[in-house]
Each structure stands twice: as C-alpha cells, then as structure tokens.
Design a protein around this ligand. Structure first.
Ligand SMILES: Cc1cc2nc3c(=O)[nH]c(=O)nc-3n(C[C@H](O)[C@H](O)[C@H](O)COP(=O)(O)O)c2cc1C
Length: 360
C-alpha cells in the first residue's frame, strides 16, 4: 500500500471534523486562561535558591544571555512552548508570536499540527507566517498517539511546512485519558519515536505537557536517539484539570479530573531526574515557569532551554505591546538573577554550582 493510502486508512477511524478540532482548540485556550486550571506554586521553584553574590564585579550592560541549543547558537535560552495551530484564531496569535520570537531570538514551539495531517489547507497558515518572520526558529509538534499512526513521510511534510528547526513529539497520557474525544493508545510509542529519531533529518524532541517525567522513564530515553527532552513538569497548566472542564458535569471523566487534579511530577523534580539520567539528550525545562528567576534556577540546574506557555498566551492575547513587554520582563529578570549571582554568561550560570535546595 502507498504510504499516503496507508495513512488515510489508519487515520480514517479517528478522523474528526475541522469544526470539532477548532472547537477543541478554542476550549483549550479559554480553559487555560482560568487560573484554577494551573497547579501554581507546585512546580518546586520555591524549593530552590540561587546563591547571592554581594560583590559581582560585573557591568549589568555586559550580561550576555546568548546560548546554545541542539548544537545551534541561539540569542536566548528561552522558548515559547507549543500552544496553538490549525484554527482561525490561532493564525493571528501565531503570527504575533512568530514576529516577537524572531525579534527577540526566542525559539517558538507551534501547537499540535495534527489538523495538517488530514487538512492540507491548514499548512498555508505557515507559508504566510514564514514570509513575515523568515528567521524565526520554529519547532513542529505532534502527539505521540498520532505519531504511532503516522508514516514518516507525513511527519516530514509537517516539518517542511514550517521549515522547522526540530520536531517536538508530545506525550500526554493523562490528557488523552480525560479528554472527551481522547485517544489513550500509546502502544508502539517507543518504537515510533526511535524510528522517527533515526530517519527524520531534523532533531526530535520529546516533551510532556505538564505532568513531567520520572527517573524510571528518563532512564529509557538515552537509546531512543531523541536530541532533547523537555520535561514539562507539574506546577503550571494542568491538562487533567482542563479536560475535566470540557467533560459534562458528573460524567466519569469529569469526576476523574477531580481525582487527578494534582497528578504529575513537579518540574524541578523532573528536571533533576532528567539531568542525572541524560547521557545522550539535552534537557529542557518547562511547566509552571512564571518569572525570569524561575528561568535562571532551571538554567543553573543545567537546563539548556526554558519554555513558557500560559504567561505568553495571556500576553499575546492582550496584544503585541504586552507580548514584547512580557518577553522583555523575563529576559530582564534572568539578567538580574545572573548579575546578583556574579554570572556574566548562561554558560557560567549553568556551571558555577550556585543553586541549592532550600527544602527538598
Ligand atoms: C492553550 C495551550 C495549548 C497547548 N497546546 C499544546 C500542544 O498542542 N502541544 C504541546 O506539546 N503542548 C501544548 N500545550 C502545553 C504547553 O506546551 C506546556 O507544556 C504546558 O502548558 C506547561 O507550561 P505552562 O505551565 O507554562 O503553561 C498547550 C498549552 C496551552 C496553554
């Protein structure tokens, strides 16, 4: 069977209408903005402190936040985490994000490109955005439960449509269980990831979506060939809570969402586990990162890139000026943490051993 034919038949049973897809994406944005769907304060950043340096011998103006990720030189170690793609309201949001990321040198993860798998038109969004932001570094995105059913040629098309720097595969077992139209089928996931990492010409990144990774899971990832793992731990946007809010009240899924409202491994615990497990992949941090000081703490622990979703969503919806202000704020707070720890570069911040657990 031709690759595309096989793909169409594999996707057939789970194909959903464009309308259903758009409704789900809009629900996600609406519910992500509700603070009760965040596990705020539980990401563990308060359990870490950086060592204050009273005599930094530095000029703040010379603090340098350029860094490296996936073997590339990047202007900042910051990333807009994957959020939105493939629905009409998303186009404006993504254009705004892409322009701001290009201007400030942040990486930009795009939201799940699942819709592009069955709707070729959805890719045109990116052609327009690419023309306007030709230098932004975009990271593609697809769920593991879709990857298992998607041939490599189709994933390659997703990468090509963005001219992506890398491809993110997200794993989200809790979300797939609780989502009214979820597909909790992850059998074959490790084989699919290994195959993708071996054949896709761009780096493959594995990320969670807010529930983090355990040491046991991380210890299985070195052999997969993924270039980076973004821990996306518990402590920020919580997809169990969000999907619970989409289920009809009193239904098993909505009740389960209550029981699982604090499910997940905190961002800092996931990060610590990833850093000790990793021999072959970069470790990226996200999940509940809410200040440039959180960014500095994650970098000091050894994260290569630090991502934010909700704070950027809120700012981008408020307009271009607010988005730039928020990005500037994160950079300024990161530089302030660097100045006050006597670190003039990100490399120094990561290598100086200036962090400690306050209360593990
Ligand atoms: C509105 C919204 C949509 C999201 N969609 C995706 C997605 O399509 N793919 C993905 O990997 N993660 C998605 N995420 C998860 C984020 O990338 C991130 O892992 C998670 O929200 C934790 O980060 P935060 O606490 O900074 O929000 C989404 C997050 C938000 C807020």
């Amino acid at each position: 069977m031709e690759d595309t034919e096989k793909f169409a038949s594999l996707q057939g049973s789970s194909r959903e209408s464009v309308q259903q897809f758009e409704n789900r994406k809009q629900d996600h944005i609406r519910l992500a903005l509700d603070d009760s769907n965040e596990a705020l304060g539980l990401g563990g950043f308060d359990r870490l402190q950086l060592r204050h340096e009273a005599l930094p011998e530095l000029d703040f103006a010379e603090i340098e936040i350029k860094s490296e990720a996936l073997g590339l030189s990047v202007a900042t170690p910051l990333m807009v985490s994957s959020m939105t793609a493939g629905h009409p309201d998303g186009v404006d949001l993504n254009r705004r994000l892409a322009l701001a990321c290009e201007e400030r040198g942040w990486l930009m993860g795009v939201g799940s490109q699942r819709r592009q798998l069955t709707d070729g038109e959805a890719a045109t969004e990116w052609q327009t955005i690419r023309r306007q932001a030709p230098r932004v570094r975009l990271l593609g995105n697809l769920g593991l439960s879709q990857l298992i059913r998607t041939p490599l040629t189709q994933v390659q098309r997703l990468v090509d449509s963005l001219e992506a720097t890398a491809m993110i595969i997200h794993t989200n077992p809790l979300q797939e269980c609780l989502q009214p139209e979820g597909t909790p089928q992850f059998k074959g996931g490790i084989a699919a990831l290994t195959e993708l990492a071996a054949h896709l010409p761009v780096p493959v990144i594995l990320k969670e979506t807010g529930c983090g990774f355990s040491s046991a899971t991380l210890s299985r990832l070195n052999e997969l060939g993924v270039a980076a793992v973004d821990v996306s731990g518990f402590g920020g946007t919580h997809w169990g809570r969000i999907e619970g809010g989409r289920s009809s009240e009193g239904s098993p899924k909505s009740l389960a969402a209550q029981a699982f409202r604090n499910w997940g491994i905190s961002t800092v615990d996931s990060l610590a586990a990833a850093l000790s497990a990793s021999t072959h992949f970069e470790v990226w941090a996200s999940g509940g990162v809410r200040s440039g000081l959180d960014v500095a703490k994650a970098l000091a622990m050894g994260a290569q890139v630090v991502g934010l979703a909700k704070p950027i969503l809120v700012a981008a919806l408020a307009g271009e000026a607010e988005l730039r202000l928020t990005m500037e704020r994160f950079e300024f707070e990161l530089k302030t943490a660097m100045f006050c720890t006597g670190c003039s570069t990100v490399a120094e911040l990561s290598n100086k051993g200036i962090w400690a657990w306050v209360n593990k």
